[in-house]
Design a protein around this ligand. Structure first.
Ligand code: PMP
Length: 335
């Protein structure tokens, strides 16, 4: 067993597990465990890639300041790496984000600037506009801007894609992905177009997001809302290469959460809500196949941060997603 010298060396090279307890029809279904990255998500790869590229291009120098607008997994990945490399990290976060997330980011050493959640793009307090302005004002700072940063998909075309191909012996019929920034989908497609063009891309989209409409009809209406975190959008992210997607599935919050809970109970994997969406779509895709196929999807992030939400029966009941206690705990029966 190797000895590592920095937590950043632990990013990537994640294991793959074949799922045997869920109904995968005629297909072999594999799950790449991105929840095992040190920051807990697939976004560690992207955070490392965006920082390395900025250094390489001379946009970020020792002692510099990194700025991004997010309270999500990208923020956690950036915080992990910024601390290792000695950068100051400023994250602009809408004030509706959970205290837990903000405490976690601050514990990693990030400076969290809270801004208004009730304003839209174009307003100076909108979190992305605010971050962009800070980057102009703070000397030596670099705005990460993951939605428009080519080093985001690059992380997947240089690491995630070749890892998948090697781990699955070059035999992959379909990859099921979700889209947040579009980096995963865009980066994987770029690599597979070159090395395995017959591999199909299947989109797993939260019901209410506009991306599935875009895949099916090339246009979309206004977005609805959903509770799944990290995927689904109300616009088409430019990095996603959405036109390359073969098929899309719309997954409700109920189906996503139930599937993530089943994944933990049956296969012992604690993954987040977007993973529930991806797995639900992958299972539907597998069950619809009439010939055996090899299909892979992702556990995008760890389920720890959802313990008080989708893994909590009280929360699920409050959201109207389950109707009676599911745990069998004695406490459920005490009035
Ligand atoms: N799942 C989770 C939990 C995420 O945080 C993200 C990133 N927002 C994704 C999936 C989607 O990844 P991408 O940004 O590459 O589209």
């Amino acid at each position: 067993m190797a000895i590592y010298h920095s937590v950043t060396e632990l990013i990537g090279r994640t294991p793959i597990i074949q799922l045997h307890k869920l109904d995968t029809g005629l297909c072999s279904l594999f799950l790449k465990l991105e929840n095992q990255n040190p920051g807990g998500s697939i976004k560690d790869r992207v955070a490392l890639s965006m920082i390395n590229e900025a250094e390489r291009k001379g946009l970020l120098a020792p002692g510099g300041t990194i700025i991004e607008a997010t309270a999500g997994n990208t923020g956690l990945g950036l915080a992990l790496i910024a601390a290792q490399k000695g950068y100051t990290l400023v994250l602009v976060v809408p004030d509706k984000m959970s205290r837990e997330k903000i405490f976690h980011l601050r514990a990693l050493g990030a400076q969290v600037v809270l801004t208004r959640s009730d304003v839209n793009k174009g307003h100076p307090a909108y979190y992305q506009d605010y971050a962009q302005r800070l980057a102009q004002e703070i000397p030596g700072s670099f705005y990460i801007d993951q939605f428009n940063n080519e080093a985001n998909p690059l992380a997947h075309s240089t690491s995630t894609a070749p890892e998948l191909f090697e781990q699955l012996d070059g035999k992959i019929d379909a990859i099921v992905v979700g889209v947040g920034s579009g980096g995963t989908l865009g980066g994987l497609q770029a690599w597979f177009a070159q090395h395995s063009p017959q591999t199909e891309f299947v989109l797993a989209d939260p019901a209410g997001s506009v991306l599935a409409d875009q895949v099916e009809s090339g246009r979309h209406q206004d977005a609805g809302s959903w509770l799944v975190e990290g995927i689904g959008e109300d616009f088409i992210p430019p990095l996603a290469r959405i036109e390359g997607v073969h098929q899309a599935y719309r997954v409700t919050d109920r189906e996503a959460f139930t599937t993530a809970r089943d994944l933990l109970k049956t296969e012992g994997i604690l993954a987040g809500s977007s993973s529930g969406t991806l797995l639900a779509a992958a299972l539907r895709y597998c069950q619809a196949q009439t010939t055996p196929k090899r299909v892979v999807t992702f556990a995008c992030d760890s389920g720890n941060k959802y313990l008080s939400k989708m893994f909590n029966d009280d929360w699920m009941r409050q959201q109207g997603l389950i109707s009676r206690p599911q745990t069998g705990d004695l406490s459920d029966y005490i009035a």
